[in-house]
Design a protein around this ligand. Structure first.
Ligand SMILES: CC(C)(COP(=O)(O)OP(=O)(O)OC[C@H]1O[C@@H](n2cnc3c(N)ncnc32)[C@H](O)[C@@H]1OP(=O)(O)O)[C@@H](O)C(=O)NCCC(=O)NCCS
Length: 178
């Protein structure tokens, strides 16, 4: 298994990975929605606002994660991990966890201070995330599942001081993702 930054040449394969993985786990309409999100991220986001990482096995992309910039009313450097997909036939082998660890390590090297995500706390707690209250960091949209708003500090700082309202990049400006 190889972990690396994604490159433009992998775009179609990555989009197909998200569509099929989310269709398998949550149905076709969710697969289509997340496929659209990933397409918009890869084609529309500013290069500075997006990091993508892939897991490759025998030249096939079997996992992919994206981080996009979250802005607060302060210069703090924060990104959000979403979405995450590991090919259905490759799940449960630790690929997701290793890929997230790989991406977070790269972001730390690049001086990112905070990483947030919105997902299953029982999964993301395995890679260092813990619950963040809306008083500490308010999510860009009203959350249907506030327990799933999670974060971690990459520089040893704390997530206890209020950061205010987070703003996401354009591709996430849609209440269906929240
Ligand atoms: C969620 C997902 C990314 C996990 O990837 P994976 O490679 O299968 O996960 P790993 O093998 O690294 O799992 C590591 C651990 O998390 C557990 N785990 C896996 N999926 C989980 C889930 N959905 N909820 C809770 N725990 C989960 C595993 O049992 C394993 O536990 P262990 O370390 O105690 O043995 C993958 O299953 C997936 O793509 N699912 C469909 C799309 C999705 O839901 N994406 C996440 C939301 S954006």
């Amino acid at each position: 298994m190889m972990f690396s930054a994604y490159s433009e040449s992998g775009r179609q394969e990555i989009e197909a990975l998200f569509i099929r993985t989310f269709s398998d786990s949550e149905g076709q309409s969710e697969g289509k929605l997340i496929g659209y999100l990933v397409h918009e991220l890869m084609s529309g986001a500013e290069a500075d606002d997006l990091f993508g990482f892939i897991a490759t096995e025998q030249e096939q992309i079997v996992g992919c994660i994206f981080f996009t910039r979250l802005s607060f009313g302060s210069p703090i450097k924060a990104f959000m991990l979403s979405p995450v997909a590991v090919d259905t036939d490759h799940q449960g082998k630790g690929i997701g966890q290793k890929l997230i660890d790989f991406g977070i390590k790269r972001l730390r090297e690049l001086g990112v201070e905070l990483v947030f995500t919105y997902g299953d706390p029982s999964y993301y707690s395995k890679v260092g995330f813990e619950h963040v209250s809306q008083e500490i960091a308010e999510a860009p949209f009203k959350l249907s599942y506030p327990e799933g708003w999670l974060g971690q500090s990459l520089d040893g700082g704390s997530l206890e001081l209020p950061l205010g309202q987070a703003c996401c990049i354009e591709a996430f400006n849609d209440p269906r993702y929240w």
